[in-house]
Design a binder for this molecule. Sequence first.
Ligand code: 4AD
Ligand code: MG
Length: 450
Amino acid sequence: MYKICIKNITSGLFTNQHITVCGWVKTRRDSKVGISFLNINDGSCISNLQVIIKNNIKNYSEILKLTSGCSVQVNGLIIKSPKNKQGYEMQAMSVLVTGWVDNPRNYPISAKLHSLEYLRKFAHLRVRTNLFSAIIRIRSTVFTAIHNFMNKNNFILVTTPIITSIDTEGCSTMFNILTNNKKFFNKKYFLTVSGQLNIESYACALSKVYTFGPVFRAEKSDTSRHLAEFWMVEPEIAFANLQNIIDLTEDMLKYIFKRVLDERIQDVEFCVKYNNKNLIRRLNNFINNGFVRISYDEAVKILEKYKNKFNKQIVWGYDFSLEHENYLTNEYFKNIVAITNYPKNIKAFYMRVNTDNKTVAAMDVIAQDVGEIAGGSQREERLNKLDICLKEKNLSIKNYWWYRDLRKYGTVPHAGFGIGLERLILYITGMYNIRDVIPFPRGIYDDINF
Ligand code: 4AD
Ligand code: MG
């Protein structure tokens, strides 16, 4: 007798076989003729398995007490559903109740629909809802797809440290590490904001590398798009320029979207229903056409034409705000947009200065509703120019000594980028708040007890 996951039953592999299924009760219905119907779910897919239980099983009186959330182990025969041609159901031979719900009226995740705000208070239970389980399965596929894509393209996975003494982005607010309120080994240490600087050193020997881990930012940005702890994948390539990483970002996104549609279509369809959005068309459109590519200058020109639509002015030399980005993605291009060659003064010290000496070889990828999902650049590989940038940004040349070494010993044009995983998942699922696409969100106002 095998323990089988519901996902495999729905694919028809176990028809007319006796198997065991374990899961949690979603609903129970009893007919007048002594038959009960349980819908159970084990999280392997969004579909429930309908289990038909006749009153001749020995613990039938227990079955009549089952409520949403109880855990059960059911043994029985899988048959094609007579009502639903595509579906399967189980005729139970025995049902073992492994866990009761203490007080069903107080069960926080009852069958009725709850608001997302309410569910955030039950971060430990919300994954029992269809919506959150769908999001988490999509998230899992995105992570796997990224590793598969990198591996297929000969990228080497390098793990970079989380404890660090330098600020990758140059001016981030970082979490300090203290031990019993004292400095760790008497030095200033932080949680990393990005693995980029470390990964660059590995790119300058292994050519194509990536790091993929959690990163930490202590900004007080209480928005629907910012977390204090989020995941980022950062590819870095030697002998590469800005163009190469724009192409790579596009290929990578296409691959991820395709894998999600191939492997998690039911979950995406659920998100479509929940969020009432055109998600599948949007993803397919990207798979077929890729993103729009424009320069910062071109973006400014477009936005200036529509300036009366915005609260914030558009001035060359300043970053775009979300309303500008949303106008470009939602209204003007109706697509993801890769914007390149930003003014130097609004970007990080490591970005390669263009010949105009005003802009850098940077890329921001912005998506409908979500804003920036990826950011990257060609790196400044010329030591003298790097030193000027460090000075301009008031960063200590001494602290970046090993990063400078990479420019002294066989320097090479190289480029890389980072994709924010939660922002990407917002895009794929059409969810609004970034707290709802990560299992246990960490932000200033999140409940960190979980
Ligand atoms: O644009 P960012 O800051 O770029 C870097 O950290 C580079 N060092 C990456 C590289 O070139 N290797 O961050 C990258 C992405 C952003 O585009 C955004 O999607 C996401 O990370 N991101 C956040 N996601 C959630 N919460 C936050 N507070 C985020 N800040 C950035
Ligand atoms: Mg950025």
